[in-house]
Design a protein around this ligand. Structure first.
Ligand code: GUN
Length: 289
């Protein structure tokens, strides 16, 4: 039997708690506010941003929407980020990735005030994460850790295989898993004998962006599988990196797509925004502003 790691249900529960926090902040005169920058017209990014704004609205978080054309240049984008950094009413800044190829993504990430970096992509926050001193953590990896904790899955000494090494998922997860005392292996497009590596793992996190790539042959029957893929199959249906129906029933736990990591990512984004607003409130209280 496979236990479903139900990110959708956990996200719903956490969002109820966050709604209460927002109400409290508003009573104290603080309106949590997230600025979202979307460059160009990538359809997947448009959907992600729309979903983030929808959840923010549901929780009472204000969003500031900045849409820029594909042709925007680096300095215009950095100027916008700088302007948002200086606005005291904005607690979090999110630049939806990927950016057009003509723009240096790292330069833009570095322009964000690390204290408003809700995505945790600024090198300062990434560095702190790898030093096990990180409080600002990228949302998808943070959501994965929270989901595992909810099901009381102990990571200490576990063999964790992360498939994919992106800045958004794989890289930060390396730090989080190491900080939790897991034994971490990172596999990627140059890895040989992937099947042997994943089959030996206690926990496999798949984040390669290839629709239904992993079947049962990649996992042992005690494995815990976290599917991070968000892909469309030929019929246009949202599917993960794992062949869900083939694997369900043959592993110990599965976080499926849809209904697993996706809702947790958005919830962690909201949590981080609210946390920044709370920190601003306590700083103002200290200074008696
Ligand atoms: N693109 C895909 N996932 C993410 C994310 O978590 N944050 C941002 N900013 N862009 C993304």
């Amino acid at each position: 039997m496979t236990t479903k790691l139900d990110g959708k249900a956990l996200a719903r529960k956490l969002q109820e708690e966050l709604k209460v926090k927002v109400t409290q902040l508003k009573q104290d005169g603080i309106q949590p506010c997230l600025a979202v920058i979307l460059v160009g017209n990538d359809s997947a990014s448009q959907v992600y941003v729309r979903n983030k704004k929808k959840v923010a609205q549901k929780l009472g978080i204000k969003t500031i929407d900045k849409q820029l054309p594909q042709t925007v240049n680096e300095s215009e984008l950095v100027d916008l980020v700088t302007e948002l950094n200086q606005d005291e009413n904005i607690h979090g800044i999110l630049v939806q990735l990927p950016l057009p190829e003509s723009i240096d993504e790292d330069l833009v990430m570095r322009a964000i005030d690390p204290a408003k970096d809700v995505d945790g992509f600024h090198p300062f926050n990434i560095g702190k994460l790898f030093m096990n001193k990180g409080q600002i953590v990228p949302c998808t990896p943070k959501g994965i850790m929270r989901l595992l904790a909810e099901y009381q899955i102990n990571l200490d000494g576990k063999k964790v295989v992360i498939v994919g090494r992106s800045k958004i998922v794989g890289m930060p997860l390396i730090a989080l898993m190491l900080n939790a005392n897991a034994t971490v292996t990172v596999a990627h497009s140059h890895t040989k004998n992937l099947k042997e590596i994943t089959r030996d793992a206690d926990i496999v996190i798949t984040a390669i962006g290839q629709a239904e790539f992993f079947d049962m042959q990649y996992f042992n029957s005690d494995a815990i599988i976290i599917d991070v893929g968000t892909n469309r199959n030929e019929a246009g249906k949202l599917v993960g990196d794992v062949k869900r129906d083939a694997v369900m029933g043959h592993v110990a736990y599965l976080s499926p797509v849809p209904g697993g990591v996706g809702p947790m990512t958005i919830t962690m984004l909201m949590e981080q925004t609210i946390q920044f607003a709370e920190e601003r409130e306590s700083k103002c209280n200290e200074k008696n502003i």
